[in-house]
Write a protein that binds this ligand. Structure first.
Ligand SMILES: O=C[C@H](O)COP(=O)(O)O
Length: 227
């Protein structure tokens, strides 16, 4: 079970990967757009510097056809590095790209997955990761946990090495459901991750501990007590 950051914000990546067990970083063009028209490859190289070479960095192609997506992938390899997971939307052309990149030995993430049909084809095309869009499926009335559970079942049944990298979360409870359904990893925006720790019951409980300690020892910290 791994948590990735679904953001291109450098400050957030620095802080959250220092505090939380963050396994990598993902983005897509919409996420990059939130940072403004940054120098794209330099920005991605900076993310790589922050997370290091061992944690996966997923970067999405932007072209709409096979040749363009392959050129996008080559540009990412040239300007960032060859370990990047190339995120490829699972449309008709995207499946051809997934197959071709896997023949080259590249790391590939199949994205924009809204159902089992796309996921099963991406599995068979050899994708390393499949990114089902949890919240977007729920918004369509699809049982997202069931989709993830079914993909996980097929992966286990046939022995695929592909991992489910669940994406598109709008509430912490959706992350829980994706993991329980069988997602190997989840990619989550910084604000949703922070929400996990901002629950009032949690902050209240911790404050009571602090208040009780302060009452007991007249405001002295544990390290200020006599031996
Ligand atoms: O790259 C995939 C994103 O996780 C999609 O998230 P979103 O539904 O919040 O745009």
């Amino acid at each position: 079970m791994k948590y990735l950051l679904d953001t291109a914000n450098l400050d957030e990546i620095r802080e959250l990967s220092e505090y939380l067990p963050i396994a990598g970083v993902t983005s897509n063009p919409t996420i990059v757009k939130r940072e403004g028209a940054v120098p794209f490859f330099a920005h991605m190289r900076e993310i790589r510097t922050i997370i290091g070479s061992l944690r996966p960095l997923h970067i999405q192609v932007t072209a709409r056809n096979y040749d363009g997506m392959m050129r996008d992938a080559e540009a990412v390899f040239r300007h960032v590095d060859e370990k990047v997971f190339i995120k490829v939307p699972v449309d008709f052309a995207g499946v051809k790209v997934i197959k071709a990149l896997k023949r080259q030995g590249a790391n590939v993430t199949a994205t924009a997955v809204y159902g089992m049909d796309q996921a099963f084809i991406a599995l068979e095309a050899g994708a390393d990761c499949i990114a089902p869009y949890f919240n977007r499926m729920e918004a369509l009335g699809v049982d997202a946990a069931n989709v993830i559970g079914s993909i996980a079942g097929i992966i286990n049944h046939y022995g695929y090495e592909t991992e489910i990298l669940a994406a598109s979360f709008k509430q912490p409870a959706q992350i829980d459901r994706a993991i329980l359904a069988g997602a190997h990893s989840v990619t989550v925006s910084p604000n949703i991750l922070r929400e996990i720790f901002a629950k009032k019951v949690v902050t209240d409980a911790i404050q009571v501990f602090a208040d009780d300690w302060s009452d007991l020892y007249g405001g002295k910290m544990l390290t200020e007590l006599d031996e």
